[in-house]
Ligand binder design. Structure first.
Ligand SMILES: O=C(O)CCC(=O)C(=O)O
Ligand SMILES: [Mn+2]
Length: 213
């Protein structure tokens, strides 16, 4: 059994000014969120996008909201329609929006109005290399990032690529919010380890909420 003291300590961890890990914040909503992910995937299927450099991403993605993040050989950008289906991205489920806004508020960001949720799907070995979220026109709004399923190491750096990187293990139900001074901090996900989660098997999902337009 994990001692309560440890749980208490995990609850809120400041990663850097304006960036906070809300341990277990989404735990009570997790099963509802997983059902919604499956539902979204029936409208916009998960796909492995191509980086501008021509590599296939190891993480599979889909988007929801009025704008969706896309990577292709032209670069990283937001689109109103899913290039795979030619249709609008599926709307943000109300459960997603409520959770993102509550998490932002708990982190001190009171007026978060995300218009986009990128859903990332990782299997063991998949990773996201160090990057900044900087394709959004509005960079005053924070990022809200929800972890579900398998745990993963979150790499958290500074505003410059060469700054020291810390590793924070993100568990099912954890939420990270970053904005303000840390809005353009470098971050990434280390290659997932081979494990099994009781709800998702060998999969980690991440929901990244952004105000992009
Ligand atoms: O999977 C994660 O926790 C991070 C995802 C991320 O940084 C992104 O989608 O830009
Ligand atoms: Mn990111």
């Amino acid at each position: 059994m994990m001692p309560d003291l440890f749980l208490e300590e995990r609850r809120h961890i400041i990663l850097s000014p304006g960036a906070i890990l809300l341990g277990g914040f989404a735990l009570n909503d997790a099963e509802k969120l997983l059902v919604q992910i499956d539902h979204l995937a029936t409208f916009s299927p998960f796909r492995h996008m191509i980086t501008p450099g021509g590599k296939i991403m190891s993480v599979a993605m889909l988007s929801s909201g009025t704008l969706g993040w896309v990577s292709d050989q032209k670069g990283y950008h937001y689109t109103h329609t899913d290039p795979k289906t030619g249709k609008s991205w599926p709307p943000l489920p109300p459960e997603f929006l409520a959770l993102a806004q509550n998490a932002a508020r708990s982190a001190g960001y009171h007026d978060f109005k995300p218009d986009s949720c990128l859903v990332n799907r990782y299997v063991p070995g998949a990773r996201l290399t160090l990057h900044q979220d900087k394709d959004e026109r509005d960079q005053t709004a924070p990022i809200v990032s929800v972890s579900l399923g398998l745990a993963a190491y979150f790499l958290w750096g500074g505003l410059q690529r060469h700054e020291h990187i810390k590793r924070h293990k993100l568990f099912h139900g954890d939420v990270v919010v970053w904005g303000g001074h840390s809005r353009l901090a470098f971050h990434g996900i280390a290659p997932l380890e081979e494990e099994i989660h009781p709800l998702t098997g060998s999969i980690r999902y991440n929901l990244t909420f952004r105000k992009s337009g």
